[in-house]
Design a protein around this ligand. Structure first.
Ligand SMILES: Nc1ncnc2c1ncn2[C@@H]1O[C@H](COP(=O)(O)OP(=O)(O)OP(=O)(O)O)[C@@H](O)[C@H]1O
Ligand SMILES: [Mg+2]
Length: 387
């Protein structure tokens, strides 16, 4: 057949080009791009110029150049190809979901219990725009305070790259596996799971969107949490893949925004919070952390990071979301809080009456006092008509 020869001037077939593309592996997932739904289109002109449309899993994918050159090299080897052009596009959320499903190897996805309509667990995502504002510190202290109040509490360290929750809660326990479920270790009465428990030493995790989604899905669905009153998710800073995955996996999760009093931090926090409008998530409130340093020698407070950021974010988010977003608390700078994090003893337990301990406990009471998630739950009763 003409297309099987190497004669110049033979127009390459689409099958031949796709067969060549099947030899290109995604550099990170190590599977052919054709299996991963990454080939968007193949166009061939009569004179043998080929255009390949390739979907990247995420925009700004660090592997874009490698993928482009590997595709060019593979297609250039096809008989009759005179030129190769690669056009990059980015997968939609739907396509990413399909990819994550195919990476699971066709195994049925276990449901996320917290996303079921009957779930009574309140899920809070602790989020911020900027890094280092104290999300993880707030998460572990709220969790410890809620557990101390007698609630059943779980924490998911959803900061896959920058996991810090196990250290802050002082657990070096490893999860155990029972049947197909992962049993989370607990510390201070809080069940906790983190990618740090699965990686040897301090090994870094280098994953892209679909893998992150998969890890989070497992944390939520394959971990045996039991009946929790509250589940806290410590998110990485910003509005990346994880925030989107959480919104998909637990749409009913509410967002707790952490900010510092600083104007710049407040602006970024507000932007991060307003993502909730797009994901249709509720913002439960704002916590202002590092809100002043009480002077150890006098009654004054030094506003190290300025003041008013928390209130500004709460007002801004109330405006953008159209729902009341309260400022739930202001946590002062407190050496004991930092030390507690380093030593794995949350300040709410080691020094509950310290200024930071008191402030966090009051946020915890506000969250803990909220009714368990009855919204959307059918109570199985029908109103009777009035006569
Ligand atoms: N109120 C506070 N007083 C004193 N130190 C604090 C306070 N809040 C947080 N810190 C310290 O600031 C550092 C950053 O806090 P933390 O790790 O909780 O922030 P984060 O928002 O989770 O950071 P990342 O974005 O990197 O995940 C830590 O060393 C923590 O102990
Ligand atoms: Mg953190």
């Amino acid at each position: 057949m003409a297309t099987d020869t190497t004669a110049a001037g033979t127009t390459p077939t689409e099958d031949a080009v796709r067969a060549a593309l099947a030899t290109v592996n995604d550099p990170e997932i190590h599977r052919p791009i054709t299996d991963l739904g990454m080939v968007k289109s193949v166009g061939i002109t009569a004179d043998g110029a080929v255009t390949v449309g390739v979907y990247l899993t995420v925009s700004g994918c660090p592997m874009r150049e490698t993928i482009t050159s590997n595709v060019q090299e593979a297609v250039r080897g096809v008989t009759g190809v005179t030129a190769v052009q690669v056009e990059l596009d980015v997968m939609s959320d739907e396509q990413r979901k399909e990819l994550a499903a195919s990476l699971r190897g066709g195994q049925a996805e276990r449901e996320v219990p917290f996303a079921q309509p009957g779930s009574l667990t309140r899920v809070y995502c602790v989020a911020s725009g900027k890094g280092g504002v104290g999300k993880s510190s707030v998460t572990v202290n709220l969790a410890a305070a809620l557990a101390a109040d007698g609630l059943k509490v779980g924490v998911v360290d959803a900061d896959i790259y920058g996991h810090s929750v196990p250290r802050m809660l002082g657990t070096d326990g490893r999860p155990t596996q029972v049947e197909n479920m992962i049993m989370p270790p607990s510390a201070h009465g809080v069940k906790v799971i983190s990618i740090g428990m699965f990686t040897p030493g301090n090994a870094p995790v280098v994953w892209r969107g679909p893998m992150l989604h998969r890890a989070l899905q497992q944390f939520l669905a394959d971990v045996y949490w039991g009946d929790l009153d509250v589940l806290l998710l410590d998110l990485p800073p910003g509005t990346g893949d994880i925030a989107i995955s959480v919104a998909q996996l637990v749409p009913n999760a509410e967002i707790l925004v952490v900010t510092t009093p600083q104007q710049a931090a407040a602006e970024v926090a507000e932007r991060a919070g307003s993502i909730a409008v797009q994901t249709h998530q509720k913002i439960v409130g704002v916590v202002e952390n590092m809100a002043g340093l009480p002077c150890p020698h006098c009654d004054e407070t030094v506003d190290v990071f300025g003041s008013g950021g928390g209130a500004r974010v709460a007002e801004g988010l109330t405006r953008t979301t159209g729902a009341e977003v309260p400022l739930l608390g202001q946590i002062p700078i407190d050496v004991r809080l930092r030390e507690g994090g380093d030593e794995g003893k949350p300040v709410v337990l080691s020094d509950p009456d310290s200024p930071a301990g008191t402030a966090i406990r009051s946020v915890a009471s506000a969250l803990g006092a909220r009714q368990r998630g009855l919204s959307g739950l059918s109570l199985g009763i029908t109103p009777r008509n009035k006569f």
